[in-house]
Ligand binder design. Sequence first.
Ligand SMILES: *Cc1c(COP(=O)(O)O)cnc(C)c1O
Ligand SMILES: [Zn+2]
Length: 448
Amino acid sequence: MTHAQLHCIFPQCDARYSVNSDATACTACKGLLDVRYTGIDASTVKELAQLRRMNNRDVRDRSGVWRFRHLLPFYLEHTKKEGNLVSLDGMEGNTWLIHVTRAAEYAGLPSENVWFQFEGNNPTGSFKDNGMAAAFTHAKMLDRKYVACASTGNTSASVAAFAANELNQMRAAVFIGDGKIARGKLAKTLAYNPKVLQVAGDFDDAMARVQEVSQSEGIYLMNSVNPFRLEGQKTIMHRVWEGLDWQVPDWVVVPGGNLGNCSAFGKAWHELYELGLTDKMPRIAVINAQGSNMFYQLVQQGAAWNGGKVNREHYQQAFNNAPKPHTRASAIEINKPVNFYKALRMLEWTNGVVREATDAEMLEAQAVVTRNGYGCEPASAATLVGMRKLCAEGIIKPSDRVVGIFTGHLLNDAEALIEYHASDEQHRFSNSPVKVANSLDAIVAALR
Ligand SMILES: *Cc1c(COP(=O)(O)O)cnc(C)c1O
Ligand SMILES: [Zn+2]
């Protein structure tokens, strides 16, 4: 029998709560919460995942999230039935490791030691679908019919799609600020038909309002401060582990915004290690955008988890005074990362590092990926920039086995591509249309 509980992440507090609660903070100390388990049977973990992958009849087994449901068994606490697992009919989390030769070369690493996982190939175009499968399952456990989030696009699209797929059982509200939002992300969000509220204010205002509203109206909050979302996102690492034939890579590289994903990755590997299923931890590298690099700066200045002994007032001050973030990589344009403390803990667990990437570097790295026939959005390309920098610094070594996560789909931000490739400004990998006269001779000449 497994058992799941919510724990305050601060060991000094260690308050515990039932998972049949939608709390996103410890009532004793306001700390973030983790879902923790006892009773997971380590001896069957790999075999179960493998068996389920081969069984393509059951939606829950087809899902790249629920194939690993025995590593996130919080749902058993309530109904004791697996039938309530929420899934986009098995489509979420169907991603796997591939080699991208040009990207590895660009990073300066031998391609056979480098893998990438394209989480943008999820049904709504980002890794967020991994998390929503789990968080919607939890919302249903609590019998919640109304869910909400604040978002710059990918979270809102994922929330809206999962709610739409529940037909009339679930309603979704999405809060956006009146700032810039990539058109592809706005378009997909509108199309999945949630109630979209454009708050007169910026993203931080939208975030503050959605938290208030969810508190006062009992609306279920879908932002990554929700610990159940991170349970679903752990499976991104479970698939990496599976793809490496149950070996642990030396490095995992991932962009950081609200720092939920990198925290989920750290938790996934930590749990496998604690279960005795792995014998080491990978090192995790988190890549900020230079225009929204609070995490990078604070870690540079010595921020560390220290077993939970951190000066929280100091960091609260820092976040209150944080400058407005500004980057082309809209998915990581965040300077008050809600999962900051979980991310610090992850750095301690994994001997992790943080780096930053400029917009120009991300757009160039994005172009390298497309030149290999694949694609990701600008924020995702931070992964490749970070890999390249860490290789140049000699921190990632050519003999290391390295995994990069590309978090979002190429077409989430079509404007960025057009600006890069077809504006007047020339870039290293620009590919703009060749103007040619409407004549065979001219065309033949241009094709040479
Ligand atoms: C949400 C998102 C991120 C940032 O993830 P966090 O968990 O907020 O750090 C990065 N890339 C893409 C494409 C995203 O949608
Ligand atoms: Zn606490």
